[in-house]
Design a binder for this molecule. Structure first.
Ligand code: PRX
Length: 634
């Protein structure tokens, strides 16, 4: 491969064709040209989707932090690796150079070791978007510990479930966090979660909000004094290509979250290569992804992908609406951001505000805009293109998943002509197919079906932590020898893909993946409730909202339905987090079910979206009479 950047559509097709015809040569060249290896691989790829088993760069030896930090020291030591922009615009931003990052990560790594963490141990990280979050992630990778970052908006119960599932030995958190005008008592949440997790022996606490908090003797330690004492030299642990790098939880169709396991070499190669090409990153650019590192977008495209390229990547602690809804654009101007990557839900919310909040800032530094996490509607796409990109910055609508580790379908800026609402073409190495309900591949264009991937790519998750059977059943059993994404998609007349949304029981609300099952479980735990079903319906800003249909037990204890709604919402907040609260809860006498007892969600979705003119075939229902009653009582 001559060049790391793809420059035009013709070159994209050339590169793409090579990646499909000779995938091993293709990825071998990328891996050889751009990374530091302690030892090279014996095989580029071994795979068998029936097991499923996938190994990339077998027996290669490396450390990802050596690739993300050390190797830049000679040429880019003083370059800013991370710009940290705080919640409060009055507080100073930080510019952390590669040299400083190296020191901070080494010190942190030594603190982990001194507190008993060894290669292969799991460390749970529950931190706000402060620099310590990036240091903690990289420090784990430095010593071969497996990080499991839990988004710091999850509840104590959700944190406990994840900590137990990964069997974490250590928790890294902060005294609290700032979010807009609010402060959140993170340490209190951790204390509550750890009541259920006796195996967490050490809690390292970063100071952020300087509050007076309880420290549990023998377990809790302030982080800063330990860092001050620690040596800033820590040799990287030499890892095998397929050694685990991290676990990251995502929702699924049962109550238990799935701990997606990502490994080292393939993940590094793929996130670095996609980052460079999809954001067209050039040496002095400032790149900003507004996601939280608690999600895969932050792992791959705030931390690993950008740093592996020696880029300047920004971490933003705040929210788009604080102190006002011009904050994103103020930050773009302040740091002269060149690539800006955000979620459609944020765009939709900001598009509702007065344009003065955009126009008062100089956005001329912007070169590439990106979106991720959910389908972007046409109106939001045009608003983003016209008012933020001023018609000159291509929008990369990037489709991918926690499971895929990196971006799978996306335009290449300045090469792929964009088309509103279309993620367009597969990234080199990605072989998407559309499947019909009978398991047959749908060939040709102007078709739609279930989106699968028929060939491995380097950053795919290798398993679900502790449950390989679930991994196989969820992703590799619906369609033989194919990875099933859970999404529906259409392919237009020129072969562009448009993702139409989930075809399973996952609902995306404000870009967050929510399984209906865990929400229903949380509702059903209420003593007054017999059964429930949660579905999504379209929402102008959030993309989707949740609608809960709830059957009460007969006892009639709860006459005040508003109170009951509050209790249900509280229970969902406690079990999962406030994000999972339904916008509407309707009490019903029954739920439409098939003869085999399965809830017909299709009908509930239509009722929730007030689209009941054509409910389709209801003849297979066991109890068709409940449908009219639900509609009448809506
Ligand atoms: O339904 C797709 C949607 O988000 C799902 C993956 O969610 P998660 O694992 O949380 O990862 C989000 C960030 C990578 C997908 O199955 N999705 C993601 N990106 C897009 C999208 N839907 C449409 N267009 C996108 N660009």
């Amino acid at each position: 491969m001559s060049n790391y950047h793809i420059k035009n559509l013709e070159e994209y097709f050339q590169v793409y064709r090579k990646s499909v015809r000779e995938p091993e040569n293709f990825w071998q060249e990328v891996a050889e040209e751009h990374f530091v290896w302690r030892e090279k691989w014996d095989n580029v790829l071994k795979w068998d989707f029936s097991k499923p088993e996938v190994k990339w760069f077998e027996n290669a030896k490396l450390n990802i932090t050596e690739n993300c930090i050390d190797r830049h020291l000679l040429t880019k030591g003083d370059k800013t690796a991370i710009i940290w922009e705080p919640n409060d615009p009055e507080e100073d931003a930080l510019h952390i150079s590669y040299k400083e990052l190296h020191k901070k990560v080494n010190k942190f790594a030594n603190v982990l070791k001194e507190n008993g963490i060894e290669k292969g141990d799991r460390v749970c990280i529950y931190l706000p978007m402060i620099p310590e979050l990036a240091y903690a992630v990289l420090a784990c990778a430095r010593i071969g510990a497996i990080h499991s970052v839990v988004f710091a908006g999850f509840s104590a119960s959700a944190l406990a479930t994840r900590t137990l599932d990964a069997d974490c030995k250590m928790m890294i958190t902060a005294d609290g966090s700032f979010r807009g005008s609010k402060t959140i008592d993170l340490k209190g949440i951790v204390d509550k979660a750890l009541e259920e997790c006796p195996d967490v022996k050490t809690v390292l606490v970063a100071k952020r909000i300087k509050s007076d908090i309880d420290m549990k003797e023998g377990r809790d330690k302030w982080l800063q004094p330990l860092l001050d004492e620690a040596s800033d030299k820590c040799e990287p642990e030499i890892m095998d290509a397929e050694d685990p790098l991290f676990i990251l939880y995502t929702s699924g169709s049962t109550g238990r979250p799935k701990g997606m396991l990502h490994t080292t070499a393939g993940y590094m190669v793929y996130t670095a290569y996609t980052f460079k090409n999809i954001f067209n990153y050039q040496n002095d650019d400032v790149y900003w992804c507004t996601a939280d590192i608690g999600w895969i977008t932050g792992h791959s495209y705030i931390v690993y992908g950008p740093l592996a390229n020696g880029a300047t990547t920004m971490m933003f602690e705040g929210v788009p609406t604080y102190p006002d809804s011009g904050r994103f654009w103020e930050v773009v101007e302040k740091h002269k951001v060149n690539q800006f990557y955000t979620a459609p839900t944020a765009i939709r919310a900001l598009a509702k505000k007065n344009l003065d909040l955009v126009d008062k800032y100089d956005l001329s530094s912007l070169k590439v805009l990106g979106t991720v996490g959910e389908p972007i509607n046409e109106e939001a796409w045009h608003w983003y293109n016209d008012n933020i990109g001023k018609g000159k910055s291509p929008i990369v609508d990037t489709w991918w998943q926690t499971e895929t580790g990196g971006i799978m379908i996306s335009p290449i800026p300045f090469a792929t002509p964009t088309k509103p609402t279309f993620a367009t073409l597969p990234f080199p190495g990605v072989q998407p197919v559309l499947m019909d309900e009978n398991g047959e591949e749908i060939k040709g264009n102007q078709v739609d079906g279930r989106l699968c991937i028929k060939f491995p790519w380097p950053s795919m998750a290798r398993t679900i932590w502790g449950n390989h059977d679930r991994y196989r059943d969820t992703y590799f059993s619906a369609f033989k020898d194919k990875y099933f994404t859970g999404d529906g998609a259409l392919r237009d007349e020129v072969g562009y893909y448009r993702i139409t949304g989930r075809v399973d029981d996952v609902i995306i609300v404000s870009g967050h993946n929510l399984g209906t099952a865990p929400i229903e479980d949380a509702i059903n735990e209420h003593p007054a409730i017999a059964e429930s079903a949660v579905v999504g319906f379209p929402h102008e800003v959030k993309g989707n909202s949740l609608y809960g249909f709830v059957i009460l037990k007969e006892s009639g204890e709860y006459r005040n339905q508003d109170n009951l709604r509050k209790e249900i919402n509280q229970q969902i907040s406690d079990k999962i987090g406030p994000i999972a609260k339904p916008d509407k809860i309707q009490f019903v006498e029954g739920l439409p079910k098939t003869r085999s007892g399965k809830i017909m969600r299709r009908i509930l979705r239509k009722i929730a979206s007030k689209d009941t003119s054509d409910l389709g075939d209801t003849s297979t229902l066991l109890n068709p009479e409940v449908v009219d009653r639900i509609i009448n009582q809506r």
